[in-house]
Ligand binder design. Structure first.
Ligand SMILES: *Cc1c(COP(=O)(O)O)cnc(C)c1O
Length: 367
């Protein structure tokens, strides 16, 4: 008998009636997009949840990041890491800016802060670090470097919704942060995303920029596209938010089961949250470095059992053909390359059964 198919993630759905109740009003108001009631309610609730002053919702996370970068009117070069989803690098390049690839650290795979300053030139305008897997960047050091050189800091926090350090949402860090609410993320609105920021001016710019740059019916101040979140997405976001605490606690249970099964094994490295961090348990990245099987062998072996782990993030974005020219003129990023070739993201989601976690671990450890 074929074993049940397990993918790297599975979206959590609210109870069907909860969603239909949430969208019912839309048949009365017939206000389907353009900052409707659901949209406004979700923005308000996200401000409350994160403690960030301003939130601007977007149709997806990528558009949020691309528009944040545009709103800051950056010029020249932007320092970022290649160990991420290609969206991060595209958001920089599509703004006409040059991505400058900084290597990552071996501890938690975020930007190696000891390598940032050597990459700063007279053309550098910002740093776009990534809280990859919800692992946190060294914000203090990044802030210090940014302040010293007058750079903006815009976090790709696509993986960091619901991550708190010292009781404070990490979306408060830097000048702004982008979150993704894609169906594959821990918190989702089907497709969706948001910009989190402290600046009223940037918030105002983003509100216009996601709506063709229009500042009123008869004035257009920015050359911009259409990136608005609609009411059906916002309604799903409201449902997801109601269940988010439960979502995280279910993910945590599964993550802890992985830690129990896989920790202390030679050649296997896990990303375990630090003691002052409240994690969202968005991903289960496992580094196979000096283990009896390679990452690719393990991925293959799991696939034989109908289990599809993902090589997040492989290859690093500076190896994609569209960035090869830029990257070839820059110093390499050997750590990003090494991690990218040896890391595997295992299935982790709220409805994943504990038995399945044990089975996945058994396949990896040959038990
Ligand atoms: C998902 C993701 C994005 C893009 O978000 P979308 O909502 O899918 O547009 C950007 N960066 C990272 C690191 C991501 O994982």
């Amino acid at each position: 008998m074929e074993e049940k198919k397990i993918l790297v993630t599975c979206s959590s759905m609210p109870p069907f009636e909860e969603y239909t109740d949430e969208i019912k009003e839309l048949w009365k108001t017939v206000w389907l997009t353009n900052s409707g009631a659901k949209h406004r309610e979700l923005e308000r609730k996200l401000c409350d949840y994160t403690g960030v002053r301003y939130v601007s919702l977007f149709v997806n996370g990528h558009q949020a990041l691309e528009n944040i970068i545009a709103a800051y009117k950056l010029k020249g070069e932007v320092i970022t890491t290649p160990f991420t989803f290609v969206s991060t690098t595209h958001a920089i390049a599509r703004n006409g800016l040059k991505p400058v690839f900084c290597d990552i650290n071996r501890e938690n795979y975020t930007i190696d802060v000891s390598k940032i300053e050597a990459l700063i030139t007279k053309d550098t305008s910002a740093i776009v670090p990534v809280h990859v897997y919800g692992n946190l960047c060294d914000d203090e050091k990044i802030e210090e470097i940014a302040a010293k050189h007058g750079l903006k800091v815009i976090y790709d926090a696509a993986h960091a919704f619901g991550v708190f350090r010292g009781g404070r949402s990490v979306l408060n860090w830097g000048d702004a942060s982008m979150c993704s609410f894609h169906a594959t993320k821990a918190f989702h609105s089907i497709e969706g995303g948001a910009a989190f920021m402290h600046s009223a001016e940037i918030k105002e710019a983003l509100e216009a920029m996601k709506n063709f740059g229009m500042t009123s019916q008869e004035t257009t101040d920015y050359i911009a596209g259409n990136a608005k979140m609609n009411e059906f997405q916002a309604a799903m976001g409201l449902c997801s938010l109601r269940h988010f605490k439960d979502e995280v606690s279910k993910r945590k249970k599964n993550a802890e089961r992985y830690y129990a099964n896989l920790s202390g094994i030679e050649g296997i490295k896990l990303s375990v949250p630090l003691s002052d961090v409240e994690s969202n348990y968005a991903y289960m990245p496992v580094l196979f470095d000096g283990y009896s099987m390679t990452r690719d062998e393990i991925a293959g072996k799991l696939a034989e059992h109908n289990i599809y782990a993902r090589k997040y993030f492989f290859p690093p974005t500076n190896e994609f053909s569209c960035y090869r020219d830029i990257a070839s003129k820059q110093e390499g990023t050997p750590v990003a390359k090494h991690i990218s070739e040896n890391i595997l993201t295992l299935p982790l989601y709220a409805s994943l059964a504990a038995d399945d976690v044990d089975r996945i671990c058994g396949i990896i450890t040959n038990r």
